[in-house]
Write a protein that binds this ligand. Structure first.
Ligand code: AMP
Ligand code: ZN
Length: 463
């Protein structure tokens, strides 16, 4: 049985969704004011592994992710004065985000929901809080009075004594542990985008976005809510206050938070300037598969120190795995099957699951895979691997690959430059710019590849 660290209880607990075989999962998505950095991507990779593993265990997963396309940072960076200008700015980074996810093999959520498409839901939730007596108004802004919610602080384990009654905070993010009444609805400022609503003109605070959108798509109580540890306070603490004050029901059953990616001992972050994006790394010629490997090889509950050395090790590990696969695929194997190799395939899956069941211990799961690879390589050298074993071994790799992508598919073997040209061409076709699409096809052709448009999407092959 899968056991997960639950920040709410402070314990590692057996995971059991409300509906026996269906998991409802919400993850806080990116704030689309810039390209995401690889610290952000570490968190999205951990959530992807969790989702894939839940499926491997036989659960259906319904995954909703928000796109924060209105908050202090998007407004500051865009310098937008209207909603339309803000949207033009954020759309570009939303698209870039999904491209980055795609390169790293992070699956799309079932629903990616934009905050700006849900202002009405947020307004309705704030009105519900108003009628429950949880709010007050000051200068056109509406605040949540944390004193009115008895459980405030239960996620972040805040000391109730430390809560500053009556102190207000207007910004979306603030210092750890400094609990204050937070803003639900912000009065309009000159020259900022605003919505005209029954609450008056203005825009939502960041926290209300996630309460409104998660409950809309997943119900008032749902199974899993994830993010990195920096979201525990204030963001997730405030989400609990808003949601539970409104519904009087438990909001989320398992809160699962990943540790940070760090560089030189410090959290990678935009504000510190110590960050790089996926694009920065790809431009240096690092393969996306190596980055994915480096991000998934450290269990999510441990900090991940991102270094050039870690990337080199990831490249070497992937190469070993790839060589192994190639030998199994291409060597002429004698007919028959070997009992020991067949049970080895079962054993590696068992050990892999045993490790993943323990709060997604990916390091231990990978160690089991490498042990197995070593055993099979020894058997290969001794001529003990038969054709029947070969197909069992390939099938085992495919099963492992669905949880932790390790063996490259044809797609990820493609040079990122060509991949990007193919994507540009698809966009051109969508925009009905056929002249540009043809020109891109020719450039791709000159680089040695043919692209075809089929009913299942774009295909490519080597000339
Ligand atoms: P943001 O776009 O800032 O809302 O962040 C998107 C996700 O990345 C959130 O789950 C954050 O908690 C997470 N995150 C931010 N910095 C890091 C980091 N250095 N390592 C891991 N996750 C991070
Ligand atoms: Zn959120």
């Amino acid at each position: 049985m899968l056991r997960l660290s639950n920040t709410l209880s402070g314990r590692i607990e057996p995971f059991q969704p409300l509906e026996p075989r269906q998991v409802k999962m919400y993850t806080c998505g990116p704030t689309v004011y810039d390209f995401v950095h690889i610290g952000n991507l570490r968190t999205f990779v951990f959530q992807d592994i969790l989702k894939r593993y839940l499926r491997h265990k036989g659960f259906g997963v319904f995954h909703v992710m928000n796109i924060t396309d209105v908050d202090d940072k998007t407004i500051r960076n865009s310098e937008a004065q209207t909603i339309a200008q803000l949207k033009t700015f954020t759309d570009r980074f939303t698209q870039a985000f999904f491209e980055d996810c795609d390169r790293l093999g992070i699956e799309k959520p079932d629903r990616a929901v934009h905050a700006t498409d849900h202002i009405d839901d947020m307004v309705a939730l704030i009105r519900q809080l108003q009628s429950g007596g949880y709010t007050y108004e000051k200068d056109g802004s509406i605040y949540f009075r944390i004193e009115s919610f008895e459980d405030y602080g239960k996620l972040a384990k805040l000391d109730r004594e430390g809560i500053r009654a009556g102190a207000r905070v207007d910004v979306d993010e603030y210092d750890k542990q400094d609990a204050r009444d937070f803003v639900l609805w912000k009065a309009p400022k000159n020259g900022e985008p605003r919505w005209e609503t029954p609450l008056g003109p203005g825009r939502p605070g960041w926290h209300i976005e996630c309460s409104a959108m998660s409950m809309k798509y997943l119900g008032e109580t749902f199974d899993l809510h994830c993010g990195a540890v920096d979201l525990i306070f204030p963001h997730h603490e405030n989400e609990i206050a808003q949601s539970e004050a409104a519904t009087a029901k438990p909001f989320v059953r398992y809160w699962v938070h990943g540790e940070h990616l760090i560089v030189d001992g410090e959290k990678m972050s935009k504000s510190k300037g110590n960050f790089f994006t996926l694009r920065d790394l790809l431009d240096k010629g690092i393969q996306p598969a190596a980055i994915r490997y480096a991000l998934q090889s450290v269990p999510y509950k441990r900090q991940l120190n991102f270094t050039a050395d870690a990337v080199r090790q990831a490249e070497a590990s992937l190469q070993r795995l790839q060589d192994f696969r190639q030998r199994i695929e291409t060597e002429a194997l004698p007919r028959g099957a070997d009992h020991e190799l067949q049970s080895g395939c079962k054993a590696v899956l068992e050990k892999f699951e045993e490790a993943m069941d323990q709060d997604l211990n990916t390091a231990q799961a990978l160690a089991a895979v490498f042990d197995w690879v070593r055993q099979v390589n020894t058997a290969l050298a001794a001529g003990r691997v038969h054709d029947g074993d070969g197909s069992a071994i390939l099938a085992t790799m495919d099963r492992l690959n669905r949880v932790l992508p390790l063996w490259e598919s044809e797609d990820s073997r493609l040079d990122p430059r060509i991949q990007s040209l193919i994507e540009q061409r698809s966009r051109a076709r969508k925009a009905r710019d056929f002249a540009l699409a043809d020109e891109l096809r020719n450039r791709i052709f000159d680089l040695g590849y043919l692209v075809e448009d089929t009913k299942d999407g774009v295909r490519w092959k080597k000339r």
